[in-house]
Design a protein around this ligand. Structure first.
Ligand code: COA
Length: 417
């Protein structure tokens, strides 16, 4: 057996309220809150990057779940937000977390799918017997940037999710027999190496996502013993999706049910209404965290998983859930997992709500200053990464690039439990 033994996340120090952003852009706030389903968005300052976020999530996991760093023999970081053409985020994180030198560490990139690719690799390693009792730490870390005034602006966000994979899957156990995946070259979202901001054909990316979901779910059903069951998806107590914005998960859930039904639901039909009710029952309760963090690319699906395990892990013990991962470009995977009998007890940590409530709210002017300063954060000898200016106290702080090398220090929060 293989699956998750621990999960923890980190977010930057600041957030912006999406109603404030809509007003500043002259857009009806209902578009962001009801149309996209978002309330808040985490914002990373120049002193917070994919490394500090990943290390923050990893540190919280090791401490909250009492994991001995010496037990970790594989560290995989999945990220869209690469910080170097050559050196992986994983090398920095390996040192920051005090992991042993008898450890493999590397980075995987495939847009928002990189974290799932890491989970798959770590699970195969564990199942192969080569782990020999050791564990794998997989961290999905990203800063989603589309830029000021773009249609993607309200779907930005930042954060990281760390997951411990082992043969003691207290939280969820993966179904390693069933597989449903799908790959196709599409130009829906990309980020050329000269750009900090992503380019996207937004509406096309939604269509590509739904197409990939249908194919990978269909592949999973066909590979399953229960092929032909018209209510296949009913077996899942919760359905979790890659969530760049909450409305996307709603569209995805409807497509899942339409795939079972074998035809699209007509707008306003009883089936469409029932799909909406089912979304409210099996999907929406795990999306509160996503409405408050925004898109974190590789980690978005796993934020939702953390929300689900904290709120429903106890009563869902022994039941199956589905997880759908989508990375533009594209690669998709439909995963099924069983909730552990002790998942509820194991998740009795600091609530995600407490962590999010600890963030500080930005006004739109300060948010724009931060986004503009971020453009210079990775230039050699730039002065913008000053923790006193941005009031950043760790646990890990990015100080910019000196002599063409990235500089990091521990912040005050590193001494706190
Ligand atoms: N009140 C309530 N809802 C409103 C509204 C209002 N005043 N104005 C618009 N809406 C709704 C729209 O009907 C739409 O909902 P629907 O899709 O259910 O019809 C939603 O709000 C978004 O409006 P839309 O006009 O489609 O927004 P947009 O063209 O400005 O951009 C994205 C939306 C998602 C394409 C854009 O944010 C984007 O490119 N994001 C990044 C790419 C991404 O996340 N892709 C996802 C797949 S990976």
């Amino acid at each position: 057996m293989v699956g998750l033994e621990a999960i923890a996340f980190s977010v930057p120090h600041y957030f912006i309220n999406l109603t404030d952003l809509a007003v500043a852009r002259g857009i009806d706030p209902d578009k962001y809150t009801f149309g996209l389903g978002q309330r808040e968005m985490s914002v990373a300052t120049p002193c917070e990057d994919a490394v500090t976020l990943a290390a923050g999530a990893g540190r919280r996991l090791l401490s909250d779940f009492n994991v001995d760093p010496e037990s970790v023999a594989l560290l995989i970081v999945g990220a869209e937000t690469g910080i170097d053409h050559s050196k992986p985020i994983a090398s920095y994180v390996h040192e920051m977390l005090g992991l042993p030198s008898l450890c493999r560490s590397f980075e995987i990139k495939h847009a928002c799918y990189g974290g799932t690719a890491g989970l798959f690799t770590a699970s195969q390693w564990t199942m192969s017997g080569r782990a020999a009792g050791k564990k794998a730490l997989v961290i999905a870390t990203d800063i989603a940037r589309y830029g000021i005034g773009t249609p993607g602006e309200p779907t930005q966000g930042a954060g990281a999710v760390a997951m411990l994979i082992s043969d003691n899957p207290t939280l969820i156990e993966f179904d390693m027999d069933g597989e449903g995946y799908y790959s196709k070259q599409v130009m829906d979202f990309w980020r050329p190496i000269y750009s900090k901001e992503a380019f996207t054909d937004g509406h096309y990316s939604i269509a590509c996502y739904l197409d990939a979901l249908q194919h990978s779910y269909d592949a999973y059903r066909r590979a399953s013993d229960h092929d032909g069951d018209p209510y296949f998806a009913d077996r899942f107590v919760a359905c979790l999706y890659h969530t760049p914005f909450v409305k996307m998960a709603q569209k995805a859930h409807r497509r899942l049910l339409e795939t079972d039904a074998g035809a699209p639901f007509a707008p306003g039909s009883p089936q469409a209404k029932s799909a909406g009710d089912d979304f409210a029952r099996r999907v929406a309760p795990s999306l509160e965290i996503n409405t408050r963090v925004g898109n974190i690319y590789t980690g978005s699906l796993f934020l939702s998983l953390a929300n689900f395990l904290e709120d429903q892990g106890g009563r869902a013990a022994g039941r199956s859930i589905s997880l759908f991962s989508y990375g533009s470009g594209c690669q998709a995977e439909f995963i099924v997992a069983r909730v552990g009998e002790r998942a509820g007890q194991a998740m009795k940590r600091q609530s995600f709500r407490t962590i999010l409530d600890g963030r500080k709210r930005l006004d739109v002017r300060r948010y724009e200053e931060i986004l503009e300063a971020n453009g210079a954060a990775d230039l050699n000898d730039s002065k913008v990464c000053d923790p006193n200016v941005w009031r950043i106290d760790g646990p890990f702080v990015y100080l910019g690039v000196r002599n063409h090398q990235r500089q990091y220090v521990k912040g005050k929060k590193n001494n706190e439990k």
